[in-house]
Each structure stands twice: as C-alpha cells, then as structure tokens.
Design a protein around this ligand. Structure first.
Ligand code: AP5
Length: 213
C-alpha cells in the first residue's frame, strides 16, 4: 500500500509517518530528510540545496524527483509513505509515472488539516533527537527527562535551521501557492481523505489507521 501524507509544514506528517513505519513496516520516503542528508554531506548537491532550504523555498522538481526515483528502486517494505512529496503538480505527475513504471499504484492521499496559528506554535517549539530522529516539542510533546531521548537515550537534541518564523512564512507561502493545488488534483482522482490534524497525536494516528484499514 503506497500513501501520501499531504499537509503544510508542521502538520505532523513526519510524526505520523514514523508511527506507520513502526506499526506497519512501511517505508518512509521524506524528501526533506533526504535533502537534509545531502545538505550535511557537503556534496555539490548538498551545497546547492542548503541555501534554498534555509530560506524556506522549494528545491527544484528535477532534484527531488531524482531522489525519489532512486529510493523507489532501492528500498522495499510494506508500501511507501510519501512524506513531503509531491509538493508540485509536476512532482505529482512524475510520481504517478514512476509508480506505473514499477507496476504499483497509489492507495490514498491523507490530507492533514491544521490551521496556521497551530503550525507556528508547532514549528517554533520542535526539536529532534540527533541520534534516532525522534521528533519532540518543547510544550506539546517533550521528552520525559529533559535532554534525553525517550526512544534511544540519545542526548544530542537538534533544531532545524528553517524552523524560525521568517523561514516558516516563506514555507507556508510556498505551500499555499505550489502544494495546495494538489488537494484538488487528488480530490478529482478520488484519492483524497482528509483528517483533523489539530487533534492530539494519538487521535490523528487513529484517524489515519481507520482510513488505511
Ligand atoms: P520538510 O522536511 O518536508 O518540511 P515540511 O513539509 O515543512 O514539514 P515539517 O517536517 O516541518 O513538518 P511535519 O508535517 O513533518 O511535522 P512534524 O511531524 O515534524 O521540508 C523542508 C524543506 O525541504 C522545504 O522547505 C523545501 O525547501 C525542501 N523540500 C522538501 N521536500 C521537497 C519537495 N518535494 N520539493 C521541493 N522542495 C522540498 O511535527 C511538527 C511538530 O509538531 C513536532 O514538534 C511534533 O512533535 C508536533 N506535532 C505533530 N503532530 C502533532 C499533533 N497532532 N498535535 C500537536 N503537536 C503535534
């Protein structure tokens, strides 16, 4: 089963994707994570994407489609979770073509609906375990013991360079201009299933489980 988690920055896509990886053995394909990996590798690609990502603008379709194509042919599991991809109509068309080439299809597009005020709060309070990638929030979802990851015991907590109010404004603008047209695109195809992303994390998990069956 291949699914897309569609929603603005901070909607909870990564949080829900990790849950589905743990409970269903699905494979999370996060273009944001792939780009951050490239960024920290210091390669030519990394240098190219670093400046773009920090401002909150979208990286070119060509780069992200190439990254996804590579993963689709090298990873396997109980289906793919596309997290943060596609983000433009060109990426959506490319994904459909790539899946068709592999004899696969899309099962569902889960649209995570969250209002802008909640997004600002979520993004500005987010921190991540540098060892295992578990995501937390200063107020909503803190670690049980300050500075220690609940999941792996790691103590290296990091904050993203683009998790500030200025970059977030650009990220939201990019979302509304370039990504939100995908809501109509997948609705017309009959693939779209909205969930209330404002509910607490376990409630959102339950809504998604109910949709996936
Ligand atoms: P990316 O890494 O994809 O970031 P994003 O879409 O902005 O999404 P986030 O990772 O910020 O949020 P999320 O929805 O995963 O929320 P999370 O679960 O962490 O992209 C970064 C950049 O890379 C882009 O700006 C662009 O430059 C580039 N890029 C990536 N993909 C691209 C593409 N396809 N094309 C072009 N460029 C691309 O949750 C957020 C916080 O809220 C956490 O603290 C969490 O604990 C908390 N939280 C989660 N759920 C809930 C809940 N239900 N209630 C309360 N709090 C919650």
């Amino acid at each position: 089963m291949n699914i897309i988690l569609l929603g603005p920055p901070g909607a909870g896509k990564g949080t829900q994707a990790r849950h589905l990886v743990e409970t269903r053995g699905m494979v999370q394909l996060s273009t944001g994570d792939m780009l951050r990996e490239a960024k920290s590798s210091g390669t030519k690609l990394g240098q190219k994407v670093a400046a773009i990502m920090d401002t909150g603008k979208l990286v070119t379709d060509e780069i992200v489609i190439g990254l996804i194509e590579e993963k689709l042919t090298s990873e396997s599991g109980a289906g793919f979770i596309f997290d943060g991809f596609p983000r433009t109509l060109a990426q959506a068309d490319a994904l459909a073509a790539l899946l068709a080439k592999l004899g696969q299809s899309l099962h569902t597009v889960v649209e995570m609906r969250v209002d802008d005020d909640a997004l600002v709060k979520r993004i500005t309070g987010r921190f991540t375990c540098g060892d295992c990638g578990e995501v937390y929030h200063d107020d909503i979802n803190p670690t049980a013991k300050a500075g220690i990851c609940d999941k792996c015991g790691g103590t290296e907590m990091t904050r993203r360079g683009d998790d500030n109010e200025v970059s977030l404004r650009t990220r939201l603008m990019e979302y509304y201009k370039k990504t939100s047209p995908l809501i109509g695109y997948y609705y017309a195809k009959g693939d779209l299933r909205p969930v209330n992303g404002l509910a607490d994390i376990t409630e959102v998990q339950k809504s998604i489980e109910a949709i996936l069956g």
